[in-house]
Design a protein around this ligand. Structure first.
Ligand code: GRG
Length: 300
């Protein structure tokens, strides 16, 4: 049965608390030397993100029968990589932002050099926990997860590649294909790998992985379209980050190219397709379906 959308905030709160406990265990404490870097890593990780990506790892893995504790290394690694990308994106050399997750950005608090290193350290720590020894871990699945996450964080149709094309497109006329490439790579790749990693840990068949991949591509694009819409319709207070930045930087966005109405319609269509795709998987996918719907109903 599909849960009512009002149950999803409760689900998110419960899973966020769980993810936060594991993140706490996977990161060096602030008292560990050199303290500055550990304070900066923890400042950004515990600044209050939605935890969408780790929750997708859990929801996808558990839908196919994986145990929470087996999913947590991938869930936390994906959140660490996401947080590193936000820290670096906020730097003066990139988006130059003062506000993230409702608080001053990492470089505003710790300075640019430590913020760069905090991002580097979170990326490194992600692969450290992914590759850590554990008696119960299946080496083949572990390697598969590491490979997929490394690909998603990389340069080819992936996080860094998407960021580069996005930066290079600023102020230029961008066609629909380039816009889709940017979204698929910068935002979509990490969302896709979150869903896939859960499936891999659960031992999903190739057919199940394909369906998870199809679902994730649609929610990834819908998420970015929703993000573009929020940037022009919400305030900085509502978003916890500076609103209106895309327009100011003449960024390629869905509303800029297609207008607000068509962007809403496209996001709704993608979510409907995603829900359809994931309902075809044998397993309990009701949470994945609810998350797809939440992606376009969120307000921040
Ligand atoms: C620096 C390699 C590198 C990449 C930066 C993440 C990113 C790429 C840029 C941030 C700007 C942006 C609009 C990215 C699109 C992805 C996105 C909407 C990120 C914000 O994700 P949320 O809303 O954030 O899940 P929280 O704070 O809730 O985790």
């Amino acid at each position: 049965m599909t849960p009512a959308i009002e149950n999803l905030p409760e689900y998110f709160t419960r899973r966020t608390e769980e993810v936060n406990r594991w993140l706490d265990a996977f990161l060096p404490q602030e008292s560990v030397e050199p303290q500055t870097i550990h304070r900066a890593m923890r400042y950004s990780i515990f600044a209050g993100g939605k935890r969408l990506r780790p929750i997708l790892v859990l929801a996808s893995g558990e839908a196919l029968g994986a145990a929470t504790e087996d999913l947590m290394p991938a869930a936390c690694a994906v959140e660490m990589i996401h947080t590193y990308s936000l820290i670096h994106d906020d730097l003066p050399a990139m988006d130059n932002d003062d506000l993230r997750r409702g608080r001053p950005t990492c470089h505003k608090v710790f300075g640019e050099a430590i913020a760069i290193l905090a991002g580097d350290a979170l990326l490194t720590q992600a692969f450290r926990i992914l590759s850590a020894d554990a008696p119960k871990r299946d080496a083949e699945k572990q390697l598969h997860v590491i490979r997929e996450i490394a690909n998603a964080a990389g340069t080819v149709e992936a996080l860094i590649g998407g960021q580069v094309v996005d930066m290079e497109s600023e102020g230029k006329e961008v066609d629909a294909a380039t816009l889709e490439y940017i979204h698929r790579s910068k935002t979509g790749a990490m969302i896709r790998v979150a869903v896939l990693a859960g499936g891999i840990v659960a031992g999903a068949s190739d057919e199940q992985l394909q369906k998870l991949s199809d679902y994730s591509k649609r929610i990834g694009l819908a998420f970015q379209i929703a993000d573009d819409i929020l940037d022009v319709t919400q305030t900085s207070e509502q978003l916890g980050k500076t609103a209106g930045k895309d327009q100011e930087a003449a960024k390629a966005t869905y509303p800029a190219i297609y207008g607000l109405e068509a962007s809403h319609a496209k996001a709704r269509e993608l979510v409907a397709e995603a829900v359809d795709m994931v309902s075809g998987i044998s397993g309990d996918t009701h949470i994945l379906q609810a998350i797809a719907r939440f992606i376009i109903e969120r307000r921040s």
